[in-house]
Design a protein around this ligand. Structure first.
Ligand SMILES: [Fe+2]
Length: 228
């Protein structure tokens, strides 16, 4: 389903909430490159981390695995991510957008949850002009995948599963979402990123709670505008 501009940002997001798109793994080998970097299957990452306290929002980006990801980001992932946004995401979005410069890397360890608490991103000051995408890389399945309301304020949750080679869009601003404990014996791994929908973009002063960068084009979002 092509992502087209509706009359509001919220309607635009909700229309494609939970819609999955398939991409070519040989063109955008995120998982393969990360497995080369870590030297193991992503699903086995937990085997090398020892015991870990349950995540909350403050420490869910702090493990050595996250540090290795971000330290190698510009060499390993950025070239693929840039092509992915420019050549693939540009085809599924029908209007100009700017994209999150560095995607967020997430792991869900067995016995743990990968999102610290159920929330809407509106609660974390994220602006209404955003659209969110998740890329499942390993074990992005029930019970450890993202759980989200189908419609905001209903408190009825469903799993958003995502195989390697798939990406889904979802309404992170209005629908409450989170994750449950990973009761499997495999690590869940994913990346996610937001785009700023230019038709709805307004410069605002709010800052990301986790990153301390402002949600502006040229800061959190790329200077480059795709589909312009
Ligand atoms: Fe969120």
């Amino acid at each position: 389903m092509l992502i087209t501009e509706m009359s509001t940002a919220r309607e635009t997001r909700q229309r494609v909430h939970g819609v999955t798109y398939r991409y070519e793994l040989d063109k955008y080998p995120f998982r393969e490159e990360l497995e080369k970097l870590f030297g193991l299957d992503l699903q086995d990452l937990h085997l090398w981390l020892g015991d870990f306290e349950k995540f909350d929002r403050k420490n869910d980006q702090q493990t050595i695995v996250h540090r290795v990801f971000y330290s190698n980001y510009s060499k390993i992932i950025e070239p693929i991510y840039k092509d992915f946004v420019t050549d693939f995401v540009s085809q599924i979005i029908d209007f100009p957008f700017s994209y999150q410069v560095i995607p967020t890397f997430r792991i869900g360890l067995p016995g743990n949850r990968f999102v610290g608490e159920y929330h809407t991103d509106a609660k974390y000051n994220h602006p209404d002009f955003e659209l969110n995408f998740n890329i499942g890389l390993s074990n992005y399945l029930k019970p450890c995948c993202l759980m989200s309301e189908k419609v905001s304020n209903t408190r009825e949750f469903y799993p958003l599963e995502c195989d390697n080679g798939e990406i889904f869009s979802f309404n992170h601003i209005d629908c409450v979402h989170g994750s449950d404990i990973n009761t499997t014996d495999q690590t869940m791994v994913s990346m996610d990123f937001r785009v700023a929908m230019i038709p709805f973009y307004k410069e605002i002063d709010a800052k990301s709670v986790n990153m301390n960068s402002s949600f502006k084009i040229g800061d959190y979002f790329s200077k480059e505008i795709i589909n312009s």
